[in-house]
Design a protein around this ligand. Structure first.
Ligand code: ZN
Length: 71
């Protein structure tokens, strides 16, 4: 089923995921957003930039996913 990913702004195939903010995104964008949110929460109150930490965490989630796929 095709849908428009609000993150990419273009048509995607596969599973559409509705976020808590009401956006429709693809699976990979949802994972990235979840990773970022987790990173920002984890970094709360620390000296590092919450946004930078969130991006780093999102990358971590992507690596984790790729590793699982290889196993
Ligand atoms: Zn997407």
């Amino acid at each position: 089923m095709a849908f428009t990913c609000d993150q990419y702004g273009r048509s995607r195939s596969g599973t559409a995921i509705k976020t808590v903010t009401g956006r429709t995104v693809c699976r990979s964008c949802d994972d990235r957003t979840t990773g970022m949110a987790a990173g920002i929460i984890a970094a709360g109150g620390s000296q590092t930039s919450p946004v930078a930490s969130g991006i780093a965490t999102a990358g971590f989630f992507e690596r984790l996913r790729k590793r699982r796929r290889r196993d």
